[in-house]
Design a protein around this ligand. Structure first.
Ligand SMILES: Nc1ncnc2c1ncn2[C@@H]1O[C@H](COP(=O)(O)OP(=O)(O)OP(=O)(O)O)[C@@H](O)[C@H]1O
Ligand SMILES: [Mg+2]
Length: 262
């Protein structure tokens, strides 16, 4: 058994996401410090960590929006840095701040993204309709995006991420700004994408209830380093809450760091 099989927990399947030695330096500041992890096809993994831990930076690198200082990121077998175009087609990415075009409508914007992502012409209309419907956007499909509320803009960001039915979804805080009903719908959508569509999801969030509701596994990072990578079932096996586990791990990491610095 290769090491990748061990990490993914599924012998014989190559990982949907593989990150090795990934690092990002901004000047002297190391935002991401040698991250290694894998996500198996169809897995929903929570990518967690305190503010400033490096979640968004990592997600931007593994979706090809930010060059890495070091290391590699492979999506569905395609290297994001050396095979960028096909690799990016295999990804749906909801950025922390989606770059929406204010003059466009949800329908025209999602159609535009479907074209860029090479959705075949004959399927485009149906895929766009489905993405709009799944994200609760049918009522506002022809309004200008600039007139939409924050939550609706977030839904547009999500619709453009899923329209080409990518193998891998990278979602940076997908439910931030949504109302409770929409949060529930989007969580169900994410679960369905993985269970029926076989899509792989890596999502960041600060809502631990969300992690318990939709993720099978958690990767916790702190100050650019991985400090925990474990299934939810294992983490909560002794009846403790995720919050307790994370607090313990993060406090220990802080003490270790202080020890190293001393
Ligand atoms: N362009 C940049 N130049 C310099 N430092 C940056 C830049 N972008 C991010 N950073 C720093 O890198 C670190 C990681 O930031 P990042 O946005 O990845 O964190 P995060 O885990 O997504 O946090 P949050 O939970 O607040 O979204 C932070 O200390 C941040 O200030
Ligand atoms: Mg962030």
């Amino acid at each position: 058994m290769s090491s990748s099989d061990r990490t993914s927990g599924r012998a014989g399947t190559s990982p949907a996401i593989r990150v090795a030695g990934l690092a990002k330096r901004y000047g002297d500041f190391e935002a991401v410090r040698g991250l290694d992890f894998e996500v198996a096809p169809g897995e929903v993994v929570g990518f967690l960590g305190p503010n400033g831990a490096g979640k968004t930076t990592t997600m931007r690198m593994l979706t090809g929006f930010l060059p890495a200082t070091d290391g590699e990121a492979v999506i569905a077998g395609l290297d994001i840095f050396t095979d960028a175009t096909p690799a990016r087609r295999a990804i749906g990415y909801l950025p922390e701040t989606p770059p929406l075009y204010p003059e466009m409508t949800p329908a025209s914007y999602v159609t535009f993204v479907a074209k860029i992502k090479d959705v075949p012409r004959g399927e485009r209309v149906a895929r766009v309709e489905q993405a709009l419907e799944r994200c609760g956007l049918l009522d506002v499909r022809d309004r200008e995006i600039r007139q939409l509320s924050k939550g609706y803009r977030q839904r547009v960001g999500l619709a453009q991420a899923i329209v080409h039915e990518p193998a891998v979804l990278v979602l940076d805080e997908p439910t931030v700004g949504l109302d409770p009903i929409q949060i529930r719908e989007i969580r169900t959508l994410i679960r369905d994408l993985a269970s029926t569509g076989g899509q792989t999801v890596l999502l960041s969030t600060h809502i631990l209830a969300e992690v318990e509701a939709i993720c099978q596994r958690v990767i916790l990072i702190d100050r650019g380093r991985k400090v925990l990578d474990q299934s939810i079932a294992e983490l909560t096996a002794d009846g403790g809450s995720l919050e307790e586990v994370f607090t313990r791990v993060l406090t220990r990491d802080e003490a270790d760091e202080a020890g190293e610095a001393a």
